[in-house]
Ligand binder design. Structure first.
Ligand SMILES: [Fe+2]
Ligand SMILES: [Fe+2]
Length: 257
C-alpha cells in the first residue's frame, strides 16, 4: 500500500515551473492514494481552487484532501465569518472530513481549519468522537488521520499550537490512531510524537508554493506493509525536478491499546 502525502500547495502563490515536474514525479510513484493535508489555495479564490483541482485530477490516482486555514477567506471578514466554506464547497468538495478505506488502511480526514481561529486552527472532542467510531470498525487495518494543523511543534517553532492539540494527542493513541499526517508549518518531519511515542507524526512541507522556510518544496512517500510504515521525503532539486531523496525511515505501527 503506497500513499503520497502532499500539503500546502497554495495555488495562487506557486513557485514557478514546479507543477509539471511534481505531477510527473507523482505519476512515476504510482500511489494507491494521495492525501493532501490542506492549504490547497493561497486565498480561497475560485480560480485557485480550479487550478488545484485540475492539477490533482491529472495525477492518475485517487485524491482526498482536508481544508487548511488558507482555504477559508482571510481578508474578507464577512465571507470568513458568514460563508467561510462556500469557496471550498464549490471549488473542491462539500465534504470536509473525507474517509477513504481499502482492505489495508482507513484514512480519516479531520477539518482543523476554523474561521474563528484562522491561523491557529482547532480540533474538538466531537471530532475525536467521530474518529473513535471510525477506527472502532477498522479491524486490523492501518489507521491514519489527516489534518492540516500539527498536534505538536518542533522545539524551535514559534507558531502557536492548535487549540485542542494537547487533548487530541492524549486521546488519539487510545482510540487506535497510528499515523497522523499534517502540514501548515511548511517543513517536513517524520517520527514518533514526543508526547505520544506510540503515534507516528508525519508532516509534509509545501509541495508547490514559494512560501518556503528552510527547506525546498517537498512531499512525503509512505509505504505501508504489515505493521510497518516507511516514510521518505522527496524534495525539489537544483535541476528543477523532484529528485532529492531524504532518508527512508521505518517505524513500527503500534497495535490498538
Ligand atoms: Fe500553508
Ligand atoms: Fe496553513
Amino acid at each position: 500500500m503506497r500513499l503520497i502525502h502532499l500539503s500546502d500547495l497554495h495555488f495562487g502563490a506557486l513557485s514557478p515551473g514546479l507543477e509539471a515536474p511534481l505531477a510527473a514525479r507523482l505519476r512515476t510513484l504510482s500511489p494507491d492514494l494521495i492525501v493532501v493535508s490542506g492549504d490547497l489555495t493561497q486565498r480561497a479564490r475560485r480560480a485557485e481552487f480550479a487550478a488545484a483541482r485540475a492539477f490533482l485530477a491529472d495525477l492518475g490516482a485517487e485524491v482526498i484532501a482536508v481544508p487548511g486555514n488558507h482555504d477559508i477567506p482571510l481578508r474578507n471578514p464577512l465571507a470568513r465569518i458568514f460563508w467561510p466554506w462556500r469557496a471550498y464547497d464549490r471549488g473542491w468538495s462539500p465534504v470536509h472530513e473525507p474517509l477513504w478505506q481499502n482492505d489495508q488502511v482507513v484514512v480519516a480526514g479531520v477539518n482543523t481549519a476554523d474561521p474563528w481561529a484562522w491561523k491557529r486552527g482547532r480540533i474538538t472532542g466531537h471530532q475525536l468522537d467521530r474518529l473513535a467510531e471510525v477506527f472502532a470498525g477498522a479491524g486490523p487495518r492501518a489507521r491514519i488521520v489527516a489534518m492540516h494543523h500539527p498536534l505538536e511543534h518542533q522545539p524551535d517553532e514559534a507558531q502557536w499550537l492548535m487549540k485542542g492539540a494537547t487533548a487530541a494527542l492524549r486521546r488519539l493513541p487510545q482510540i487506535g490512531a497510528q499515523i497522523v499526517l499534517s502540514g501548515h508549518i511548511h517543513l517536513s518531519h517524520a517520527g514518533p510524537f514526543s508526547a505520544a511515542p506510540g503515534l507516528i507524526f508525519v508532516q509534509a512541507g509545501t509541495g508547490l508554493s514559494h512560501r518556503r522556510r528552510a527547506e525546498a518544496n517537498a512531499f512525503n512517500l509512505l509505504d505501508l506493509s504489515g505493521n510497518k510504515v516507511a516514510v521518505q521525503t522527496i524534495l525539489a532539486d537544483e535541476a528543477g525536478g523532484f529528485g532529492t531523496m531524504g532518508p527512508r525511515q521505518e517505524f513500527a505501527l503500534h497495535a490498538r491499546p
